[in-house]
Design a binder for this molecule. Structure first.
Ligand code: ADP
Length: 427
């Protein structure tokens, strides 16, 4: 027998995936789709692409598994914002993408929010909302703000106006107070904001027409989602305070589970709520992008084999793809330091990997200084995680156990969220 299964969907920047797990967390199926592109005037019709991809992925779910799926959740890119008609749920405007900036709204947002609040950046959800509000003027239809994940979940459950406290952070929701703050409640667009529940909270049953069309289980519930980077953290199952995940992709991003909440906009450090704990994060511009400027992946592998990771490299660099750093050094003009270059490429790479490890150590040190729980174990993800020599170097420099995360797909994290919505699992 298949038992009870959980479906997680991840809507990332370039495509979407699903993962199906059983109660023990074992993957039963997974698949991936690129977004089909539809031109609409000057830009792309993203809403159409996402919607189509959602239903294509549901079709990709093996038929024999569908009737065993008891719960579904979705993660989406953070701060991707859709303003919809509050009667029909249909978008009133093209979506604002995660990385889109609305600098026109920034002065207004800065004038209402506390200094250095997470919303005080042009790409925050609140700036997107305020920019839309000012652009549309009077004569607005009754509207609602949803995040990408909320809107896709709505297509499945049909209950309009619900989000989770991870997605809602960048619109100004205060997960510590568990409410929208008073400075937001008094704004004329407050009524557009969705109600907020914990990620993984069951919202409603899967719509009957979808259930019948695809053959999903009766009573299959659809649960509140989260953002893509939080879902990727959940995938690593670092569930105790002091456990952290370092992602070594093009950049170096760290996330630490902490008992305390910390924020520091100078370093771009902020905390997401995860139940009774806080997920503290920051991102450095160092990382794989610099390595890729200097070496091919093939060279990286061959040169790394020759490194002795227990030896300390005397070379001290600050590898950056271009000038400017925010975390753990807040300096928009910080110049890359990649000289002197020794004759041996093995020594050069050793120096670079060790320098990036020192930046990682400094980053965890800074989170501690800012008041977060001390890190005691690091899981690692991204392209750099496959480098065993680097892992050894990092263990020595950090003075901590470092290991590759077993699961790193956000879709796996979304499936874990879906397990929370299974009432039978809770009881
Ligand atoms: P992203 O998703 O951010 O683009 P990935 O997680 O796919 O990045 O990782 C790609 C990065 O991994 C590249 O920048 C590359 O330099 C780095 N990389 C690939 N192979 C290795 C290796 N063996 N050792 C260290 N870094 C590597």
């Amino acid at each position: 027998t298949r038992g009870r299964l959980y479906l997680g969907l991840d809507f990332g920047t370039s495509g979407a995936r699903f993962g199906i797990i059983d109660k023990s967390g074992t993957i039963q199926a997974e698949a991936k789709r690129e977004y089909p592109l539809y031109l609409s005037g000057e830009s792309y019709d993203w809403v159409r692409s996402w919607k189509e991809t959602l239903f294509l992925l549901l079709q990709d779910v093996p038929r024999d598994l569908r009737k065993h799926i008891v719960s579904i959740s979705i993660d989406g890119t953070s701060a991707t914002t859709i303003i919809v008609d509050s009667d029909t749920g249909e978008p009133l405007w093209r979506p604002f993408l995660y990385n889109e900036s609305c600098p026109d709204a920034l002065p207004t947002v800065k004038s209402i929010a506390p200094p250095n609040h997470t919303v005080c950046t042009g790409s925050s959800t609140l700036c997107k909302l305020v920019s839309w509000w000012n652009r549309v003027g009077s004569n607005k239809k009754p509207a609602l703000l949803l995040h990408q994940a909320d809107w896709l979940l709505w297509l499945l459950h049909g209950k309009l106006g619900v989000t989770d406290y991870n997605n809602a952070l960048k619109v100004g929701y205060d997960p510590g107070l568990d409410s929208y703050p008073s400075w937001l409640v008094c704004q004329p667009y407050y009524h557009l904001l969705p109600s907020v529940v914990a990620p993984g909270t069951p919202i409603a049953c899967l719509k009957e027409e979808i259930r019948n069309k695809f053959g999903f289980k009766k009573d299959c519930v659809v649960c509140a989602g989260t953002t893509d980077s939080i879902a990727a953290f959940l995938a690593a199952r670092a569930t105790q305070p002091g456990k952290a995940v370092t992602s070594l992709g093009s950049t170096l991003a760290i996330k630490l589970l902490s008992n305390t909440r910390i924020e520091d906009s100078r370093f771009g450090v902020y905390s997401h709520r995860l139940d009774d704990k806080w997920l503290v994060g920051g991102a450095s511009n160092t990382g794989g992008a610099v390595l890729r400027q200097l070496f091919t992946d093939d060279q990286l592998e061959k040169l790394s084999e020759q490194i002795n990771p227990s030896e300390t490299s005397p070379l001290d660099y600050y590898p950056l793809p271009k000038a400017g750093e925010r975390f753990p050094v807040a300096d928009p003009n910080l110049a890359p330091r990649l000289l002197p270059r020794p004759e041996s490429d093995v020594e050069y790479l050793h120096g670079i990997l060790e320098s990036i490890a020192r930046i990682e150590a400094k980053a965890y040190g800074l989170l501690k200084e800012l008041g977060a729980t001390q890190v005691d174990e690091v899981f690692t993800a991204g392209g750099g995680a496959k480098n065993d020599k680097w892992i050894k170097i990092r263990e020595r420099v950090l003075g901590l156990p470092v290991c590759r995360a077993n699961q790193t797909e956000a879709a796996y994290g979304a499936a874990l969220l879906a397990t929370r919505g299974d009432q039978q699992n809770i009881l």
